[in-house]
Design a protein around this ligand. Structure first.
Ligand code: AMP
Ligand code: MN
Ligand code: MN
Ligand code: MN
Length: 276
């Protein structure tokens, strides 16, 4: 089983269409796949149909932006019904404000000598309501302000940097309710990415469990190999099921390609074990 349960298409901040991501996943040996665009279900039909025609098992997914303890946390909703009206409304309200935030990011960057970044970022997406820092990062690299996307985040767009604009995303409790009502299961995405103290991490995991959460990502393209081990230990301590996904956005972006991840540690329970 080569499961890749986290990646992005042009529907959010990926470089390839859902069908192109499907083809790349299959070519890379993925046998169980989920497309998890940010706050958007618009690619689910195309992804499911492409996976079916390639003979690859598919699970609908979405990656929801949440604000918890003043910081952004991502929750993957796996096995959600893409037609669920409450989930769709919740995601729409979460997307609301991305365009205004994008304008504000553009103004913040202009103030440090980078003009027209909003217009530049918009060239990388068809939908201003989906404008994300990834689109800004692509533009800043293209325009020569940085060498790579991670360089852009380190210098301009990361938490507290000159182009960073705080934003209030969905509440954790609401996000959990939307996923549950849509028949899905929540998974904490790339916990290693969050800048929390040990006490905050413990509070996040406890709250997540109290709200019905059972799983975290362990092996993800958004973790370093050290973090694979660190969050495997977290999964053992809290009794979490483990998920695996590349968080692929595009060729030459991110640490790993679709399906090209090490397996989960043997003693962990994969989220997909119950589905088979
Ligand atoms: P947003 O939802 O607009 O805040 O954008 C968040 C997106 O930026 C994430 O989904 C990643 O695709 C990307 N991102 C965040 N941090 C980094 C980083 N350090 N390097 C590259 N991409 C990043
Ligand atoms: Mn992204
Ligand atoms: Mn994420
Ligand atoms: Mn992601």
């Amino acid at each position: 089983m080569n499961a890749d349960l986290h990646c992005h298409s042009t529907v959010s901040d990926g470089q390839f269409s859902p069908a192109e991501v499907a083809a790349r996943a299959q070519a890379n040996g993925v046998t169980l796949w989920s497309l998890t665009d940010h706050d958007q279900l618009g690619g689910q039909r195309e992804a499911r149909e492409a996976a079916a025609s390639l003979g690859m098992a598919y699970r609908p997914g979405v990656e929801i932006s949440v604000t918890w303890a003043g910081k952004t946390v991502h929750i993957v909703g796996m096995n959600v019904d893409p037609d669920n009206a409450q989930l769709q409304r919740g995601l729409e309200s979460t997307r609301n404000g991305r365009a205004a935030r994008g304008v504000a990011i553009g103004e913040a960057l202009a103030a440090v000598g980078i003009p027209n970044a909003f217009e530049g970022a918009l060239r990388y997406t068809d939908d201003p309501d989906m404008i994300s820092r990834t689109h800004f990062a692509r533009y800043l690299v293209e325009a020569g302000y940085a060498r790579s996307a991670s360089d852009v985040f380190a210098r301009y767009l990361g938490d507290g940097k000159s182009g960073f604009v705080g934003h209030r995303w969905a509440k954790l409790a609401d996000c959990m309710k939307w996923i549950r009502e849509a028949g899905g299961e929540p998974i904490i995405a790339h916990p290693g990415r969050y800048d929390f103290t040990p006490v905050q991490f413990a509070a996040l995991f406890d709250e997540f469990i109290q709200m019905g959460g059972k799983a975290i990502e362990v092996v993800t393209g958004s973790h370093t190999p050290d973090q694979y081990r660190e969050y495997a230990d977290v999964a053992r301590r809290y009794g979490f099921e483990a998920s695996r996904g590349s968080d692929f956005h595009g060729a030459g972006e991110g640490r790993v390609d679709l399906g090209k991840l090490p397996p989960l540690p043997d003693d962990l329970t994969p989220v997909w074990q119950r589905w088979l």
